[in-house]
Write a protein that binds this ligand. Structure first.
Ligand code: CAO
Length: 547
Protein backbone atom coordinates (compact mmCIF):
# COMPACT_ATOMS: atom_id res chain seq x y z
CA UNK A 1 0.00 0.00 0.00
CA UNK A 2 1.42 3.37 -0.92
CA UNK A 3 0.57 6.97 -0.24
CA UNK A 4 1.89 10.41 -1.02
CA UNK A 5 3.95 12.69 1.15
CA UNK A 6 2.90 16.28 0.57
CA UNK A 7 4.12 19.76 1.34
CA UNK A 8 2.44 20.79 4.57
CA UNK A 9 0.99 24.14 5.57
CA UNK A 10 3.47 26.82 4.62
CA UNK A 11 1.47 29.75 5.91
CA UNK A 12 1.44 32.83 3.72
CA UNK A 13 4.32 31.70 1.56
CA UNK A 14 2.82 30.82 -1.80
CA UNK A 15 5.69 28.81 -3.19
CA UNK A 16 8.89 27.53 -1.71
CA UNK A 17 11.83 25.93 -3.41
CA UNK A 18 13.11 22.39 -2.97
CA UNK A 19 16.77 22.89 -2.13
CA UNK A 20 17.81 19.44 -1.02
CA UNK A 21 16.67 15.86 -1.57
CA UNK A 22 17.42 13.82 1.52
CA UNK A 23 16.39 10.40 0.19
CA UNK A 24 16.16 8.42 -3.04
CA UNK A 25 13.86 5.70 -4.36
CA UNK A 26 14.31 2.50 -2.39
CA UNK A 27 15.36 4.20 0.86
CA UNK A 28 13.66 2.94 3.97
CA UNK A 29 12.65 5.87 6.14
CA UNK A 30 11.22 6.43 9.57
CA UNK A 31 8.55 8.98 10.45
CA UNK A 32 11.10 11.57 11.47
CA UNK A 33 13.43 11.21 8.53
CA UNK A 34 13.67 14.22 6.26
CA UNK A 35 12.52 13.71 2.68
CA UNK A 36 13.36 17.12 1.25
CA UNK A 37 14.49 20.51 2.48
CA UNK A 38 12.43 23.45 1.30
CA UNK A 39 13.26 27.08 1.54
CA UNK A 40 11.54 30.42 1.19
CA UNK A 41 13.42 33.68 1.19
CA UNK A 42 13.07 33.74 4.97
CA UNK A 43 13.75 30.27 6.28
CA UNK A 44 14.39 26.67 5.38
CA UNK A 45 13.04 23.48 6.84
CA UNK A 46 13.11 19.76 6.48
CA UNK A 47 9.91 18.00 5.48
CA UNK A 48 9.89 14.67 7.31
CA UNK A 49 8.22 11.52 5.99
CA UNK A 50 5.63 11.59 8.76
CA UNK A 51 5.22 7.85 8.36
CA UNK A 52 7.59 4.93 8.12
CA UNK A 53 7.98 3.07 4.85
CA UNK A 54 10.00 2.67 1.66
CA UNK A 55 10.32 5.55 -0.77
CA UNK A 56 8.90 4.45 -4.14
CA UNK A 57 9.45 7.61 -6.17
CA UNK A 58 10.53 11.14 -5.57
CA UNK A 59 8.08 13.49 -7.27
CA UNK A 60 10.22 16.63 -7.09
CA UNK A 61 13.71 17.67 -8.08
CA UNK A 62 16.09 20.26 -6.64
CA UNK A 63 15.02 23.70 -7.74
CA UNK A 64 11.33 22.86 -8.12
CA UNK A 65 8.93 25.44 -6.81
CA UNK A 66 6.26 23.79 -4.70
CA UNK A 67 3.15 24.97 -2.92
CA UNK A 68 1.26 23.66 0.08
CA UNK A 69 -0.26 20.25 -0.67
CA UNK A 70 2.10 19.46 -3.54
CA UNK A 71 3.14 15.79 -3.55
CA UNK A 72 6.86 15.32 -3.06
CA UNK A 73 7.21 11.54 -2.83
CA UNK A 74 5.33 8.26 -2.97
CA UNK A 75 5.98 6.00 -0.05
CA UNK A 76 5.15 2.32 0.33
CA UNK A 77 3.89 1.87 3.84
CA UNK A 78 3.24 -1.86 3.45
CA UNK A 79 0.23 -3.86 4.31
CA UNK A 80 -1.76 -2.96 7.38
CA UNK A 81 -0.06 0.35 7.76
CA UNK A 82 -1.90 3.34 9.00
CA UNK A 83 -4.27 5.37 6.98
CA UNK A 84 -2.72 7.83 4.56
CA UNK A 85 -4.00 10.73 6.67
CA UNK A 86 -1.25 9.75 9.09
CA UNK A 87 1.27 10.58 6.42
CA UNK A 88 0.47 14.24 6.71
CA UNK A 89 3.96 15.31 7.40
CA UNK A 90 4.08 18.28 9.64
CA UNK A 91 1.95 19.51 12.47
CA UNK A 92 1.06 23.12 11.93
CA UNK A 93 2.29 24.42 15.27
CA UNK A 94 5.42 23.63 17.13
CA UNK A 95 7.45 22.67 14.07
CA UNK A 96 11.10 23.45 14.40
CA UNK A 97 12.68 25.25 11.53
CA UNK A 98 16.21 25.57 10.34
CA UNK A 99 16.51 29.29 10.49
CA UNK A 100 19.25 30.18 8.03
CA UNK A 101 19.41 33.82 8.89
CA UNK A 102 21.30 35.34 11.77
CA UNK A 103 19.29 35.44 14.94
CA UNK A 104 18.05 38.78 16.14
CA UNK A 105 20.06 40.93 18.44
CA UNK A 106 21.38 39.17 21.49
CA UNK A 107 23.76 41.88 22.63
CA UNK A 108 23.74 43.66 25.95
CA UNK A 109 26.44 46.09 27.00
CA UNK A 110 27.80 45.20 30.40
CA UNK A 111 30.78 47.41 31.00
CA UNK A 112 31.93 50.67 29.51
CA UNK A 113 35.67 51.17 29.87
CA UNK A 114 37.58 54.11 28.44
CA UNK A 115 35.80 54.41 25.11
CA UNK A 116 35.21 50.67 24.77
CA UNK A 117 32.14 48.70 25.65
CA UNK A 118 31.97 45.08 26.67
CA UNK A 119 28.98 43.43 25.08
CA UNK A 120 27.50 40.05 25.92
CA UNK A 121 26.24 37.72 23.21
CA UNK A 122 23.62 35.38 24.65
CA UNK A 123 21.21 32.76 23.35
CA UNK A 124 18.09 34.60 22.17
CA UNK A 125 14.46 33.53 22.60
CA UNK A 126 14.30 29.94 21.31
CA UNK A 127 10.67 29.30 22.08
CA UNK A 128 10.01 26.15 24.04
CA UNK A 129 13.31 24.50 23.18
CA UNK A 130 15.44 23.51 26.15
CA UNK A 131 19.02 22.35 26.30
CA UNK A 132 19.85 23.04 22.68
CA UNK A 133 23.34 21.89 21.81
CA UNK A 134 26.21 24.08 20.62
CA UNK A 135 27.28 22.24 17.48
CA UNK A 136 29.68 24.73 16.03
CA UNK A 137 31.80 27.52 17.44
CA UNK A 138 32.89 30.09 14.88
CA UNK A 139 35.30 32.20 16.92
CA UNK A 140 37.87 32.09 19.65
CA UNK A 141 39.16 34.65 22.11
CA UNK A 142 40.95 37.34 20.16
CA UNK A 143 38.98 36.87 16.90
CA UNK A 144 37.83 40.11 15.29
CA UNK A 145 34.18 39.92 14.29
CA UNK A 146 31.68 41.84 12.23
CA UNK A 147 27.98 41.97 13.18
CA UNK A 148 27.03 39.10 10.86
CA UNK A 149 29.89 36.83 11.83
CA UNK A 150 28.92 33.57 13.41
CA UNK A 151 29.56 33.09 17.12
CA UNK A 152 27.94 29.66 17.48
CA UNK A 153 25.42 27.36 15.83
CA UNK A 154 22.94 25.75 18.19
CA UNK A 155 20.76 22.81 17.30
CA UNK A 156 17.72 21.10 18.71
CA UNK A 157 16.67 17.72 17.38
CA UNK A 158 15.25 19.25 14.19
CA UNK A 159 16.46 22.78 13.81
CA UNK A 160 19.71 24.61 13.79
CA UNK A 161 20.23 28.30 14.30
CA UNK A 162 23.18 30.55 13.77
CA UNK A 163 23.81 33.12 16.45
CA UNK A 164 25.80 36.04 15.10
CA UNK A 165 28.03 38.54 16.91
CA UNK A 166 25.64 41.42 16.32
CA UNK A 167 28.47 43.95 16.77
CA UNK A 168 31.86 44.71 15.29
CA UNK A 169 34.64 44.13 17.74
CA UNK A 170 36.93 41.61 19.29
CA UNK A 171 35.96 38.43 21.12
CA UNK A 172 37.23 38.91 24.66
CA UNK A 173 36.00 35.59 25.95
CA UNK A 174 34.08 32.63 24.69
CA UNK A 175 31.93 31.04 27.37
CA UNK A 176 30.81 27.85 25.61
CA UNK A 177 32.34 25.04 23.63
CA UNK A 178 31.04 22.47 21.18
CA UNK A 179 28.75 19.99 22.85
CA UNK A 180 27.58 22.35 25.60
CA UNK A 181 23.86 22.49 26.22
CA UNK A 182 22.46 26.00 26.40
CA UNK A 183 19.14 27.71 26.99
CA UNK A 184 17.69 31.08 26.26
CA UNK A 185 19.84 33.70 27.95
CA UNK A 186 22.97 31.56 28.28
CA UNK A 187 26.02 33.79 27.88
CA UNK A 188 27.94 32.73 24.78
CA UNK A 189 30.64 35.32 24.35
CA UNK A 190 31.83 38.69 25.52
CA UNK A 191 32.87 41.19 22.87
CA UNK A 192 34.83 44.37 23.15
CA UNK A 193 33.40 47.02 20.84
CA UNK A 194 34.46 50.60 20.37
CA UNK A 195 31.86 52.85 22.00
CA UNK A 196 32.05 55.28 19.12
CA UNK A 197 30.85 52.79 16.52
CA UNK A 198 27.39 52.74 15.05
CA UNK A 199 26.66 49.49 16.81
CA UNK A 200 27.58 50.87 20.20
CA UNK A 201 25.30 53.83 19.59
CA UNK A 202 22.54 51.47 18.60
CA UNK A 203 23.13 49.46 21.73
CA UNK A 204 22.91 52.50 23.91
CA UNK A 205 19.55 53.29 22.34
CA UNK A 206 18.32 49.78 22.93
CA UNK A 207 19.42 49.77 26.53
CA UNK A 208 17.50 52.97 27.03
CA UNK A 209 14.45 50.96 26.04
CA UNK A 210 13.77 52.82 22.81
CA UNK A 211 14.07 49.68 20.75
CA UNK A 212 13.12 46.26 22.09
CA UNK A 213 15.28 43.36 20.95
CA UNK A 214 13.31 40.91 18.86
CA UNK A 215 13.15 37.31 19.99
CA UNK A 216 14.58 34.75 17.64
CA UNK A 217 11.95 32.32 16.47
CA UNK A 218 13.54 28.96 16.49
CA UNK A 219 10.37 27.14 17.36
CA UNK A 220 7.52 28.43 15.27
CA UNK A 221 4.88 26.93 13.10
CA UNK A 222 6.07 26.13 9.66
CA UNK A 223 3.72 28.67 8.15
CA UNK A 224 4.93 31.36 10.49
CA UNK A 225 8.51 30.53 9.74
CA UNK A 226 8.20 30.65 6.01
CA UNK A 227 6.21 33.83 5.85
CA UNK A 228 7.17 35.67 9.00
CA UNK A 229 7.56 39.34 8.24
CA UNK A 230 9.44 39.78 11.48
CA UNK A 231 12.40 37.72 10.36
CA UNK A 232 15.42 39.60 9.07
CA UNK A 233 16.34 38.86 5.46
CA UNK A 234 18.35 35.80 4.55
CA UNK A 235 22.02 36.59 4.21
CA UNK A 236 23.89 35.00 1.35
CA UNK A 237 26.42 32.60 2.85
CA UNK A 238 30.05 33.61 2.80
CA UNK A 239 32.36 30.88 1.54
CA UNK A 240 35.40 31.27 3.68
CA UNK A 241 37.32 28.85 5.81
CA UNK A 242 38.40 31.40 8.39
CA UNK A 243 37.49 31.00 12.01
CA UNK A 244 34.44 33.20 11.82
CA UNK A 245 33.10 31.83 8.54
CA UNK A 246 29.46 30.86 8.37
CA UNK A 247 28.36 27.44 7.25
CA UNK A 248 25.14 27.24 5.29
CA UNK A 249 23.66 23.78 5.83
CA UNK A 250 20.55 22.18 7.26
CA UNK A 251 20.33 20.05 10.39
CA UNK A 252 20.40 16.73 8.52
CA UNK A 253 23.55 17.71 6.67
CA UNK A 254 25.15 18.96 9.88
CA UNK A 255 24.25 15.71 11.61
CA UNK A 256 25.78 13.66 8.79
CA UNK A 257 28.92 15.79 8.85
CA UNK A 258 29.25 15.25 12.58
CA UNK A 259 28.79 11.51 12.20
CA UNK A 260 31.50 11.39 9.55
CA UNK A 261 33.80 13.79 11.37
CA UNK A 262 33.70 16.33 8.55
CA UNK A 263 34.28 20.02 9.19
CA UNK A 264 31.56 21.76 7.19
CA UNK A 265 33.68 24.88 6.83
CA UNK A 266 35.92 22.86 4.52
CA UNK A 267 33.12 21.58 2.28
CA UNK A 268 32.06 23.48 -0.83
CA UNK A 269 28.29 23.72 -1.11
CA UNK A 270 26.64 22.83 -4.40
CA UNK A 271 23.12 23.83 -3.36
CA UNK A 272 21.39 27.11 -4.05
CA UNK A 273 23.43 30.09 -2.78
CA UNK A 274 26.25 27.78 -1.75
CA UNK A 275 24.19 25.64 0.63
CA UNK A 276 26.00 22.45 1.63
CA UNK A 277 23.89 19.36 1.01
CA UNK A 278 24.41 15.78 2.13
CA UNK A 279 25.89 14.80 -1.23
CA UNK A 280 28.58 17.47 -0.80
CA UNK A 281 29.57 15.92 2.51
CA UNK A 282 29.66 12.42 1.01
CA UNK A 283 31.69 13.63 -1.98
CA UNK A 284 34.10 15.36 0.38
CA UNK A 285 34.62 12.15 2.34
CA UNK A 286 35.06 10.13 -0.84
CA UNK A 287 37.70 12.52 -2.09
CA UNK A 288 39.60 12.39 1.17
CA UNK A 289 39.37 8.61 1.34
CA UNK A 290 40.81 8.29 -2.15
CA UNK A 291 43.69 10.59 -1.23
CA UNK A 292 42.33 13.54 -3.16
CA UNK A 293 43.89 16.96 -3.00
CA UNK A 294 44.01 18.39 0.48
CA UNK A 295 42.64 21.84 0.93
CA UNK A 296 45.03 24.45 2.19
CA UNK A 297 42.78 24.91 5.20
CA UNK A 298 43.31 21.32 6.19
CA UNK A 299 47.04 21.42 5.84
CA UNK A 300 47.19 24.44 8.09
CA UNK A 301 44.27 23.81 10.39
CA UNK A 302 44.79 20.16 11.31
CA UNK A 303 41.40 19.04 9.95
CA UNK A 304 40.18 15.51 10.53
CA UNK A 305 41.84 15.05 13.91
CA UNK A 306 39.94 12.37 15.79
CA UNK A 307 38.38 13.68 18.97
CA UNK A 308 39.42 12.33 22.34
CA UNK A 309 36.47 10.38 23.74
CA UNK A 310 34.52 11.97 26.56
CA UNK A 311 34.89 9.79 29.64
CA UNK A 312 32.71 9.85 32.73
CA UNK A 313 35.59 9.89 35.22
CA UNK A 314 33.19 9.92 38.15
CA UNK A 315 32.61 6.23 37.40
CA UNK A 316 36.12 5.52 38.66
CA UNK A 317 36.34 7.78 41.71
CA UNK A 318 35.50 11.20 43.11
CA UNK A 319 36.13 14.11 40.75
CA UNK A 320 35.98 17.88 40.92
CA UNK A 321 35.35 20.19 37.99
CA UNK A 322 37.41 23.34 37.75
CA UNK A 323 36.77 25.96 35.08
CA UNK A 324 39.79 27.34 33.21
CA UNK A 325 40.61 31.03 33.49
CA UNK A 326 40.19 33.20 30.41
CA UNK A 327 43.97 33.54 30.07
CA UNK A 328 44.50 29.81 30.31
CA UNK A 329 41.81 29.10 27.73
CA UNK A 330 43.23 31.63 25.30
CA UNK A 331 46.72 30.24 25.90
CA UNK A 332 45.51 26.69 25.34
CA UNK A 333 43.91 27.67 22.03
CA UNK A 334 47.10 29.41 20.88
CA UNK A 335 49.30 26.49 21.89
CA UNK A 336 47.02 24.00 20.19
CA UNK A 337 46.97 26.05 17.02
CA UNK A 338 50.77 26.26 17.00
CA UNK A 339 51.14 22.58 17.78
CA UNK A 340 48.91 21.66 14.85
CA UNK A 341 50.40 24.07 12.36
CA UNK A 342 54.11 24.10 13.08
CA UNK A 343 56.48 21.30 12.07
CA UNK A 344 58.12 21.11 15.48
CA UNK A 345 61.66 19.91 16.12
CA UNK A 346 63.65 20.61 19.29
CA UNK A 347 67.43 20.95 19.40
CA UNK A 348 69.03 20.48 22.83
CA UNK A 349 72.39 21.77 23.95
CA UNK A 350 74.07 23.19 27.01
CA UNK A 351 76.05 26.36 27.41
CA UNK A 352 79.03 26.70 29.68
CA UNK A 353 78.05 29.79 31.67
CA UNK A 354 80.72 29.59 34.36
CA UNK A 355 82.17 33.03 33.55
CA UNK A 356 78.75 34.54 32.97
CA UNK A 357 77.58 33.31 36.37
CA UNK A 358 80.71 34.62 38.08
CA UNK A 359 80.12 38.01 36.47
CA UNK A 360 76.43 37.98 37.36
CA UNK A 361 77.19 37.11 41.00
CA UNK A 362 79.70 39.98 41.07
CA UNK A 363 76.93 42.37 40.02
CA UNK A 364 74.55 41.33 42.80
CA UNK A 365 75.59 44.01 45.29
CA UNK A 366 75.36 46.67 42.63
CA UNK A 367 71.97 45.27 41.66
CA UNK A 368 70.80 45.57 45.26
CA UNK A 369 72.00 49.17 45.41
CA UNK A 370 70.07 49.90 42.23
CA UNK A 371 67.01 48.16 43.63
CA UNK A 372 67.27 45.73 40.70
CA UNK A 373 67.40 41.97 40.28
CA UNK A 374 69.78 40.41 37.80
CA UNK A 375 69.06 36.87 36.67
CA UNK A 376 70.55 34.82 33.79
CA UNK A 377 67.55 35.73 31.67
CA UNK A 378 68.74 39.25 30.82
CA UNK A 379 72.01 37.83 29.47
CA UNK A 380 70.15 35.11 27.58
CA UNK A 381 67.85 37.63 25.90
CA UNK A 382 70.83 39.79 24.99
CA UNK A 383 72.67 36.79 23.54
CA UNK A 384 69.57 35.75 21.59
CA UNK A 385 69.42 39.16 19.90
CA UNK A 386 73.00 38.70 18.73
CA UNK A 387 72.29 35.20 17.45
CA UNK A 388 69.11 36.37 15.70
CA UNK A 389 71.04 39.05 13.84
CA UNK A 390 73.49 36.40 12.71
CA UNK A 391 70.66 34.01 11.69
CA UNK A 392 67.85 36.22 10.29
CA UNK A 393 65.48 33.36 9.45
CA UNK A 394 65.04 32.74 13.18
CA UNK A 395 63.70 36.29 13.57
CA UNK A 396 61.14 35.74 10.83
CA UNK A 397 57.68 34.43 10.01
CA UNK A 398 56.57 32.39 7.06
CA UNK A 399 54.41 34.25 4.57
CA UNK A 400 50.74 33.36 4.12
CA UNK A 401 51.25 30.32 1.86
CA UNK A 402 54.52 29.30 3.54
CA UNK A 403 56.42 29.89 0.32
CA UNK A 404 58.78 32.54 1.70
CA UNK A 405 60.00 34.42 4.76
CA UNK A 406 59.10 37.73 6.28
CA UNK A 407 62.37 38.76 7.88
CA UNK A 408 61.91 41.24 10.72
CA UNK A 409 64.49 43.92 11.18
CA UNK A 410 63.47 44.54 14.76
CA UNK A 411 64.20 42.31 17.75
CA UNK A 412 61.24 42.04 20.10
CA UNK A 413 61.75 39.15 22.48
CA UNK A 414 58.70 37.49 24.01
CA UNK A 415 59.20 36.18 27.54
CA UNK A 416 56.97 33.40 28.86
CA UNK A 417 55.65 34.35 32.30
CA UNK A 418 53.92 31.93 34.60
CA UNK A 419 50.98 33.76 36.20
CA UNK A 420 48.26 32.48 38.54
CA UNK A 421 45.81 32.80 35.65
CA UNK A 422 47.98 30.99 33.12
CA UNK A 423 50.82 31.60 30.72
CA UNK A 424 51.38 35.10 29.33
CA UNK A 425 54.08 36.22 26.91
CA UNK A 426 54.85 39.94 27.27
CA UNK A 427 57.31 41.35 24.78
CA UNK A 428 60.59 43.12 25.50
CA UNK A 429 60.65 45.58 22.63
CA UNK A 430 63.87 46.37 20.76
CA UNK A 431 65.76 44.15 23.17
CA UNK A 432 68.85 44.40 20.97
CA UNK A 433 69.16 48.10 21.80
CA UNK A 434 69.03 47.57 25.57
CA UNK A 435 71.80 46.84 28.03
CA UNK A 436 71.66 44.11 30.67
CA UNK A 437 70.53 46.50 33.44
CA UNK A 438 67.67 47.85 31.35
CA UNK A 439 66.69 44.35 30.30
CA UNK A 440 66.74 43.18 33.93
CA UNK A 441 64.47 46.02 35.01
CA UNK A 442 62.09 45.39 32.14
CA UNK A 443 61.95 41.65 32.83
CA UNK A 444 60.93 42.28 36.45
CA UNK A 445 58.45 44.99 35.48
CA UNK A 446 56.76 42.91 32.74
CA UNK A 447 56.66 39.77 34.90
CA UNK A 448 55.18 41.67 37.87
CA UNK A 449 52.53 43.36 35.77
CA UNK A 450 51.71 40.10 33.95
CA UNK A 451 51.03 38.46 37.32
CA UNK A 452 48.93 41.40 38.47
CA UNK A 453 46.93 41.36 35.22
CA UNK A 454 48.08 44.88 34.39
CA UNK A 455 49.60 44.41 30.96
CA UNK A 456 48.20 46.25 27.96
CA UNK A 457 47.24 44.21 24.91
CA UNK A 458 50.03 45.95 22.97
CA UNK A 459 52.62 44.59 25.40
CA UNK A 460 51.62 41.06 24.43
CA UNK A 461 52.00 41.66 20.71
CA UNK A 462 54.75 42.10 18.15
CA UNK A 463 57.21 39.48 19.40
CA UNK A 464 59.73 38.09 16.92
CA UNK A 465 61.27 35.28 19.03
CA UNK A 466 60.39 33.89 22.46
CA UNK A 467 62.37 32.75 25.48
CA UNK A 468 60.72 30.43 27.98
CA UNK A 469 62.77 30.06 31.16
CA UNK A 470 61.96 27.38 33.66
CA UNK A 471 65.42 27.77 35.16
CA UNK A 472 64.20 29.00 38.52
CA UNK A 473 61.96 25.95 38.79
CA UNK A 474 64.19 23.13 37.60
CA UNK A 475 64.47 20.51 34.89
CA UNK A 476 67.20 19.48 32.51
CA UNK A 477 65.41 20.32 29.27
CA UNK A 478 61.95 20.48 27.68
CA UNK A 479 60.34 21.02 24.30
CA UNK A 480 58.70 24.44 24.22
CA UNK A 481 55.98 25.03 21.61
CA UNK A 482 56.83 27.64 19.00
CA UNK A 483 54.82 30.82 19.53
CA UNK A 484 53.51 30.97 15.94
CA UNK A 485 53.69 32.92 13.70
CA UNK A 486 57.20 33.15 15.12
CA UNK A 487 59.39 30.30 13.93
CA UNK A 488 61.52 29.54 16.97
CA UNK A 489 61.49 29.57 20.76
CA UNK A 490 64.28 28.98 23.26
CA UNK A 491 63.55 26.92 26.35
CA UNK A 492 65.93 27.39 29.27
CA UNK A 493 66.21 24.86 32.11
CA UNK A 494 68.07 24.91 35.41
CA UNK A 495 71.77 25.68 35.74
CA UNK A 496 73.84 22.71 36.84
CA UNK A 497 77.31 22.52 38.34
CA UNK A 498 79.16 19.55 36.98
CA UNK A 499 82.53 18.20 35.94
CA UNK A 500 83.44 18.86 32.30
CA UNK A 501 86.40 17.45 30.39
CA UNK A 502 88.49 20.33 29.05
CA UNK A 503 90.83 18.14 27.00
CA UNK A 504 93.31 17.41 29.73
CA UNK A 505 91.30 17.21 32.91
CA UNK A 506 87.88 17.50 34.46
CA UNK A 507 86.96 20.98 35.62
CA UNK A 508 83.92 22.10 37.61
CA UNK A 509 81.73 24.17 35.31
CA UNK A 510 78.27 25.70 35.43
CA UNK A 511 76.14 24.61 32.52
CA UNK A 512 72.85 25.95 31.27
CA UNK A 513 70.54 23.55 29.37
CA UNK A 514 69.05 25.12 26.25
CA UNK A 515 66.22 23.65 24.14
CA UNK A 516 65.49 25.39 20.86
CA UNK A 517 62.17 24.40 19.26
CA UNK A 518 61.79 25.55 15.69
CA UNK A 519 59.48 25.29 12.73
CA UNK A 520 61.13 22.79 10.41
CA UNK A 521 59.27 24.33 7.48
CA UNK A 522 61.30 27.49 7.99
CA UNK A 523 64.51 26.23 9.53
CA UNK A 524 66.71 23.26 8.67
CA UNK A 525 68.17 21.07 11.38
CA UNK A 526 71.71 22.13 10.49
CA UNK A 527 70.77 25.81 10.79
CA UNK A 528 69.18 25.14 14.17
CA UNK A 529 72.33 23.33 15.28
CA UNK A 530 74.49 26.27 14.19
CA UNK A 531 72.18 28.77 15.87
CA UNK A 532 72.36 26.97 19.20
CA UNK A 533 76.13 26.46 18.99
CA UNK A 534 76.50 30.20 18.28
CA UNK A 535 74.31 30.97 21.26
CA UNK A 536 76.38 28.76 23.55
CA UNK A 537 79.54 30.52 22.32
CA UNK A 538 78.03 33.90 23.14
CA UNK A 539 77.02 32.73 26.62
CA UNK A 540 80.39 31.09 27.20
CA UNK A 541 82.18 34.38 26.62
CA UNK A 542 79.83 37.29 27.17
CA UNK A 543 82.54 39.75 26.12
CA UNK A 544 81.31 38.85 22.64
CA UNK A 545 78.04 40.60 23.47
CA UNK A 546 79.86 43.89 23.44
CA UNK A 547 81.39 43.37 20.00
N1 CAO B 1 69.06 28.18 36.59
C1 CAO B 1 69.20 28.38 37.92
N2 CAO B 1 68.67 29.44 38.55
C2 CAO B 1 67.98 30.32 37.80
C3 CAO B 1 67.80 30.17 36.41
C4 CAO B 1 68.41 29.04 35.81
N3 CAO B 1 68.31 28.82 34.50
N4 CAO B 1 67.07 31.18 35.96
C5 CAO B 1 66.78 31.95 37.01
N5 CAO B 1 67.32 31.44 38.12
C6 CAO B 1 67.26 31.97 39.46
C7 CAO B 1 67.37 33.45 39.44
O1 CAO B 1 68.72 33.88 39.34
C8 CAO B 1 66.74 33.81 40.74
O2 CAO B 1 67.62 33.54 41.79
P1 CAO B 1 68.49 34.70 42.50
O3 CAO B 1 67.49 35.73 42.92
O4 CAO B 1 69.16 34.02 43.60
O5 CAO B 1 69.41 35.20 41.46
C9 CAO B 1 65.63 32.78 40.86
O6 CAO B 1 65.98 31.71 39.99
C10 CAO B 1 64.27 33.30 40.50
O7 CAO B 1 64.29 33.85 39.21
P2 CAO B 1 62.95 34.49 38.60
O8 CAO B 1 62.07 33.43 38.14
O9 CAO B 1 62.38 35.42 39.59
O10 CAO B 1 63.48 35.37 37.41
P3 CAO B 1 63.87 34.98 35.93
O11 CAO B 1 64.40 36.23 35.35
O12 CAO B 1 64.74 33.81 35.85
O13 CAO B 1 62.51 34.58 35.22
C11 CAO B 1 60.27 34.76 34.50
C12 CAO B 1 61.47 35.49 35.09
C13 CAO B 1 59.13 35.72 34.41
C14 CAO B 1 60.61 34.26 33.09
C15 CAO B 1 59.95 33.55 35.38
O14 CAO B 1 59.64 33.99 36.69
C16 CAO B 1 58.82 32.72 34.89
O15 CAO B 1 57.64 33.05 34.99
N6 CAO B 1 59.14 31.55 34.29
C17 CAO B 1 58.17 30.58 33.88
C18 CAO B 1 58.06 30.59 32.39
C19 CAO B 1 57.17 29.45 31.94
O16 CAO B 1 56.16 29.15 32.55
N7 CAO B 1 57.58 28.78 30.88
C20 CAO B 1 56.91 27.63 30.41
C21 CAO B 1 56.06 28.01 29.27
S1 CAO B 1 55.85 26.72 28.18
O17 CAO B 1 57.08 26.92 27.16
Amino acid sequence: MSTEIRIPNIGDAEEVQVIELCVQAGDVVGEEDAIVVIESDKASMEVPAGIAGTIETLLVAIGDEVAEGAPIARIDIGRGAVDSEAAKPVPKRGKRVDSVQPAPDTRKPVVNRGGETEVSVSVPDIGDAKDVVVIEVGVQAGTRVEPDDLIVVVESDKASMEIPAGSSGEVLALHVKEGDEVDEGTLLATLRVASGTAVATELATETAGVQEPRPAEMLVSMGEALSAETQPPVHAPVRDTGPSSRVYAGPATRRLARELGVRLSEVAGSGGRGRIVKDDVKAFVKERMSGGAESSSESTAGGGIPAIPVVDFAKFGPVEELPMSRVRKAGAANLHRSWLNVAHVTQHDEADVTELEAFRQSLKTEAQNRGAKITPLAFIIKACCYALKEFPTFNASLNADASGFILKRYYNIGMAVDTPDGLLVPVVREADKKGVWDLSEEIVDLADRAREGKLDMAELQGGTFTVSSLGAIGGTGFTPIVNAPEVAILGVARLATRPMWDGTEFATRKTLPLSLSYDHRAINGAEAGRFVVHLTELLLDIRRLSL
